[in-house]
Design a protein around this ligand. Sequence first.
Ligand code: FAD
Length: 367
Amino acid sequence: MSKIWDVAIVGSGPAGSTAAMTLAKAGFKTVLIEKDKLPRYKVCGGAIPQEFVEKMKIPNEIIERKFDSLILHHLGDEIYRKGEGACVWRSDLDKYMTDLAVNANATLLEGSKIIKATSKNQIFTLFTYNSKIQSRILIAADGVPSTILKSFGWKSFPQNDIAQTLTYEIKISEKNIDKRLGETSMHLYFGKKDICDIGYAWLFPKREVISVGWGCELSKIKNVREEFQNFLKIVKNVIHDGKTIKKAAHLVPVGFQNKFNDNGLVAVGDAAGFVDPLSGKGIAYAASSGVIAGKVIKKALEEENKQIISTEYEKELNSEFLKALKAKKKIQPDVYKSDDNIRRFLNLWKDNRSTIIAQKLWDLKDN
Ligand SMILES: Cc1cc2nc3c(=O)[nH]c(=O)nc-3n(C[C@H](O)[C@H](O)[C@H](O)COP(=O)(O)OP(=O)(O)OC[C@H]3O[C@@H](n4cnc5c(N)ncnc54)[C@H](O)[C@@H]3O)c2cc1C
């Protein structure tokens, strides 16, 4: 009879690796399955907050650039916001985090794309092109769109809960990046008139490359290429002599799944929609959801009671970050209603955490 893992996790991004680390550390037979071979390029701005750097003990070698501020551009004006963090390549970050899981005794199956998943008699079966993997619990950490959730009939995100992004990685000398963008600033560009209807664009500098990105809610896009090219024109003084070394498109969820678990199937990270609907940040939430899923599953397996996942997973997510993300989702249409509203929000964000602003505006709306 083939081996039955306690937990199979599909996807070795920040959500999958933290879930694997938590469960393997607790002594469960844990397999982490990744379609690519690590390290692999993953399209992402790679900006992570300082708390995450410290919590995950991110080593200096993989930090491309530290930052201490965000420059918020809006229709030609600049607003300065303090904000500490680091910019990394996801190839390095994800390899580092996956190694933590492997060192904790998780088994990593790289280059193994799951094409379908089924369940019968409380056992999940995952199919690659040439093998089968079985487990008692299954974690969907495979981002968007999620093959795993689709296999079990979960709905894909509607157009107003998903953003389309485009990225160019543009190589420029470190000296020129420092001169043109400042050594320690990330740049975000907002504006319904010149950037996009609901979303924003960014220049996130690594050491010798600028990740030039643009993201807009899918339902609001008129012409992706044209809108992205307009942004490139706006920042041409920064990138004009750079060499484009990579072009990539990817989706980001800006809304949530209707449920986060179902009878031993647990969704984490982007697959569940755990991304800040205002900023598109998702790395830290993905990692946090992986840890929470790991802890709740540990309890369920120890007590041989899967019901624990249903009663505790969402509760834990809410108290850690999900309640705040829901508030942001609720105020997002108002923030992006007009350029005046965007400016008001940016002026508040300048001195306050977006979570606090969202919570206050949400409370005002409800009362
Ligand atoms: C352009 C862009 C810029 C972004 N910038 C930032 C940023 O600066 N800061 C930030 O915090 N967030 C950013 N995000 C969001 C962030 O990238 C995600 O929220 C985060 O990667 C989610 O992590 P995850 O582990 O849930 O999924 P992912 O990181 O997407 O990982 C999923 C993994 O599953 C694997 N996989 C998928 N399907 C299968 C399959 N069938 N079988 C096996 N393996 C599979 C994939 O190869 C991948 O390794 C950005 C996103 C985009 C698109």
